[in-house]
Design a protein. Structure first.
Length: 282
């Protein structure tokens, strides 16, 4: 198990590398930095092209969820080192002689991507490279996705006899049917611009503008009440699975819940008084 962060989230004024002591060497797989309310998690396992092995997924799940209720945490950025953002599952762990272990691999990935939606803060995928198969699934499961024009996205599993069924769940929910079917059935990659047009990517920018774009988005989130964003994110994903009329009934109740938040009252008062709000994140 990972050791809890040693009070690092209390210190957001500067960059703080986080070190762990665990059965798995986290620094072999991830780099973690907290700065000004933003936690940046970087995949960094060159030997497997940042593949989503059980160890990688385990530590990533832990770091994503670590101290998630700390009010200083405002958003999470998920990035990667190297030309391959993530190659997807480690195929060596999917050999057909151990059904129980394979099932555990797929369940770990499911827990990871569903957990991203359940986090109370936005998760931004920062992509400058090739995201394939389960790597593409991980990207598609983030709330906001920013990619460079050098990035590529694919679900090529059928080429090695493994149709990308679980990645297909993620891409099929953010892209049109013809585009997601094209990716899954041909395995051919989409460029960053094609992924943007298809709805997989929020923004596509030149590599030189990636850091600034991420900073601008993070700053826009930080300028809001965490309590309001958390409430809104939770209901956003809930209503996607509801029939239209039921979604509006639940949305009305959620609006009234929102209006009871202290930060909502502060925000409305600050608007009337023409001043900046002073959020308490409650």
């Amino acid at each position: 198990m990972l050791r809890r962060f040693p009070n690092t989230l209390k210190l957001w004024s500067r960059s703080i590398p986080i070190r762990f002591v665990s059965n798995t060497n986290v620094e072999e797989f991830l780099k973690v930095k907290n700065e000004n309310g933003v936690r940046e998690i970087t995949l960094c396992h060159p030997p497997t092209r940042n593949s989503l092995s059980m160890d990688m997924m385990g530590v990533l799940h832990e770091v994503l969820n670590e101290d998630k209720d700390n009010l200083n945490l405002r958003c999470i950025v998920l990035s990667a080192e190297g030309k391959v953002w993530s190659a997807g599952h480690n195929l060596k762990q999917l050999q057909p002689n151990d059904l129980q272990y394979r099932d555990a691999v797929f369940q770990k990935m499911t827990d990871l991507v569903i957990g991203i939606q359940k986090l109370p803060v936005p998760v931004i995928a920062k992509v400058n490279g090739y995201a394939a198969a389960a790597g593409c699934q991980l990207v598609a499961s983030c709330d906001i996705i920013v990619a460079t024009d050098k990035s590529m996205f694919s679900t090529p599993g059928a080429a090695v006899g493994v149709f990308c069924n679980t990645p297909g769940v993620a891409v099929g929910r953010v892209m049109s049917r013809p585009k997601s079917a094209y990716m899954l059935m041909t395995g051919l990659p989409l460029t960053g611009q094609e992924a943007y047009v298809a709805g997989l990517v929020t923004k596509v920018v030149p590599e030189s503008e990636l850091d600034k774009t991420i900073d601008d988005i993070a700053n826009a989130i930080r300028a809001k009440s965490r309590a309001v964003i958390a409430l809104g994110k939770e209901f956003y994903y809930e209503q996607l699975n509801l029939p239209l009329e039921q979604a509006y009934v639940r949305a009305k109740a959620k609006m009234n819940e929102n209006l009871q938040l202290a930060d909502c009252m502060e925000g409305m008062s600050s608007f009337v008084e023409k001043r900046a709000p002073k959020w308490k994140h409650t």
